[in-house]
Unconditional design. Structure first.
Length: 329
């Protein structure tokens, strides 16, 4: 069994916010799609990290892959790659039931990020995960290159990521691991489910939404990132979705001024008590009079639901049923 419930809510909230701020925003500001080529020598993918393009060649399908995020782990499991995985880390939620048996057979390198020594001892021939995994304090591209470890930065970790980024990640992982047909099947299934939901919500009046991640005096929220697109597909609009950051701190005065119709409370891990966040919203003088709070239009979504992966169709459906219940009777 993997100790995915051992992270305390306080640690999960603070640590994850820090690695988003110091990793994703600082290192991966570009959302531009990068070239991909296939040749007799293998698959070559270019990723932008900081202000540099890294060209990475995959001469053959990896056999000892390491995933350093929950979302990339579930992407790989959805593609049936568990036998080609040498380790996982940063599992913030319990895996989906359909993946649990496969997941339990993969070594857990760390609850959070492993040390460089632990990573090297796993003898990986592929590394992927959160953007912050490739920061200077963890596993920078130069370190991976020096140790001959190919790496892949998921497109969903770029600024401006949307569902097309998720589909692209599945297709590129399919190409890297030579399971293109499986990747195409996964994408087709996800796209069909989400398209069916978004067709229902397209004619409905758009509701405004505030994503409450954490923070008492300065709430931390989602900007131009995947959660905003999932909300859009569900018939809503993130009130900070046009901000040029993936995640950002705002002022309660700004939230009150925009008076969102709905509030989504983020749950970082299975161990976190989201009820405390909801209680804060209902008792804090700054926000307790928001329409969403007074009318109890608040619900919880897990971090794993709002990051890229096989959970996204269910996440869009859950949000749509809250935003527009009459469409799903």
């Amino acid at each position: 069994m993997k100790p995915y419930n051992k992270l305390t809510s306080a640690f999960a909230r603070i640590a994850f916010a820090l690695f988003i701020l110091t990793g994703a925003e600082a290192l991966f500001a570009a959302a531009k799609q990068q070239p991909v080529t296939t040749s007799p020598g293998g698959v070559t993918i270019v990723s932008r990290i900081g202000d540099r393009d890294y060209t990475v060649n995959f001469p053959q399908a990896p056999r000892r892959a390491v995933s350093l995020s929950h979302f990339s782990t579930e992407m790989m499991l959805a593609l049936g790659l568990e036998k080609q995985m040498a380790g996982v880390a940063w599992m913030d939620n319990e895996p989906l039931p359909e993946f649990k048996a496969a997941f339990d057979k993969i070594p857990l390198l760390s609850d959070r990020y492993p040390s460089q020594e632990v990573l090297l001892n796993a003898e990986p021939d592929f590394v992927t995960g959160w953007a912050s995994a490739f920061s200077d304090k963890n596993f920078p591209p130069e370190f991976l290159e020096q140790n001959g470890i190919p790496f892949y930065l998921p497109r969903v970790e770029y600024l401006g990521a949307n569902m097309d980024s998720v589909y692209e990640d599945f297709m590129l992982l399919g190409r890297i691991f030579r399971v293109d047909n499986k990747a195409a099947s996964v994408v087709k299934n996800m796209r069909e489910k989400i398209d069916a939901i978004s067709k229902k919500t397209a004619a409905a009046n758009t509701v405004t939404v505030f994503v409450y991640d954490s923070g008492d005096t300065a709430p931390y929220t989602a900007g131009d990132a995947l959660p905003s697109d999932l909300i859009r597909l569900a018939g809503g609009e993130n009130i900070y979705g046009n901000e040029p950051k993936k995640w950002l701190s705002v002022q309660w005065e700004s939230v009150v001024e925009q008076n969102p119709d709905w509030i989504i409370v983020m749950q970082y891990s299975s161990a976190e008590d989201s009820a405390k966040k909801i209680d804060f919203l209902k008792t804090n003088d700054a926000v307790k009079n928001l329409d969403a709070v007074k009318n109890n239009r608040i619900f919880v979504m897990g971090l794993a639901d709002l990051t890229g992966g096989p959970r996204n169709p269910a996440a869009v459906e859950t949000m749509a049923k809250h935003f527009h219940p009459d469409l799903f009777k």
